[in-house]
Design a protein around this ligand. Structure first.
Ligand code: PMP
Length: 289
């Protein structure tokens, strides 16, 4: 494995950063998770746009421009020779002192890792997964924009711990108004009466690139897709539920808080979208190999 750190490649054992990096000391930085399918990087432009927007929100100067970052990502994929992979692109605040002030840090650091990923067992894509409602509310916009993909995931990690303790792979987070937001690393969709619904950005979601992709796919297939405020009631009574995310892709949810969704089996619309998404990932992408 060859890991990119600020323009130089290191083996896994030699890829190290300073313990004074504020990415480590304070979770000060941003990142992206990106997929490579059949040697092509999927939706790289969209991921980089979100990375630069996240960086701008936290006033972090990314040392590479869009074009140079694209080249760095492609070069790292080439070095690792993986046709199907997951790219973790990280920009940390850089090395500083033992104090919060981000402006006292030296240059931001860019790290790119390319590796394999399998978030959930293959069988769950066919049979669906079980989730629970988390008691942890998603960070509100008034505290920190949930649209920023930052290195501080403790809000989501607290909800993930609840899932693990309950013996399920994911948990669903709500906001302070009681509306459905998203799972710890995925966006959520509900299907009711052949219409597809997903919470709007204003609820506090990370605007998923897979979410956008699936909305387009579903509309092209002729479904009505609406961004709508959803409550627990809407999900308990939905015909189908599914999650979307770069790592998770599109995956059916069949149990929520031990309650079967629809008939307790992945629904036809969800399975159609799982298939259509797979096909799209084969067709699209920026060639890297
Ligand atoms: N919500 C959260 C909190 C996430 O971390 C992610 C990404 N893992 C998503 C949603 C899905 O976003 P994307 O489809 O861009 O990966």
């Amino acid at each position: 494995m060859q890991i990119y750190i600020n323009g130089t490649f290191y083996s896994k054992n030699d890829a190290k950063i300073s313990v004074f990096d504020h990415g480590l000391l304070y979770g000060d930085g941003v990142f992206e998770g990106i997929r490579v399918y059949s040697g092509k990087v999927f939706r790289l432009k969209e991921h980089l746009d979100r990375l630069y927007e996240s960086a701008r929100y936290i006033m972090l100067n990314v040392p590479l421009d869009h074009k140079k970052m694209t080249e760095a990502v492609i070069e790292t994929v080439k070095k690792n020779k993986l046709a199907d992979a997951y790219i973790r692109l990280i920009v940390t605040r850089g090395t500083g002192g033992l104090g919060l002030d981000p402006f006292k840090c030296e240059a931001a650091q860019v790290i790119i890792i390319v590796d394999k990923i399998q978030l959930y067992p293959e069988a769950m894509y066919e049979h669906g997964l079980e989730i629970i409602s988390s008691s942890i509310l998603r960070t509100p916009e008034s505290s920190f924009s949930p649209r920023v993909k930052s290195l501080n995931y403790l809000n989501n990690i607290m909800a993930k711990i609840e899932a693990v303790h309950a013996g399920v792979p994911e948990s669903l987070m709500f906001n302070a108004d009681g509306f459905v937001v998203e799972c710890t690393g995925d966006n959520i969709f509900a299907v009711s009466n052949n219409e597809i619904f997903t919470p709007p950005t204003s609820t506090g979601i990370l605007e998923g690139i897979t979410r956008d992709c699936v909305i387009d796919i579903a509309r092209n297939l002729g479904y009505t897709v609406s961004e709508k405020l959803l409550t627990r009631h809407d999900l308990y009574t939905a015909d189908e539920l599914f999650l979307t995310g770069t790592a998770a892709e599109v995956i059916p949810v069949v149990l929520l808080d031990k309650r079967p969704i629809g008939n307790g089996k992945p629904g036809a619309i969800t399975l159609g979208l799982v298939k259509a998404f797979k096909e799209l990932t084969k067709r699209e992408g920026l060639p890297a190999l």
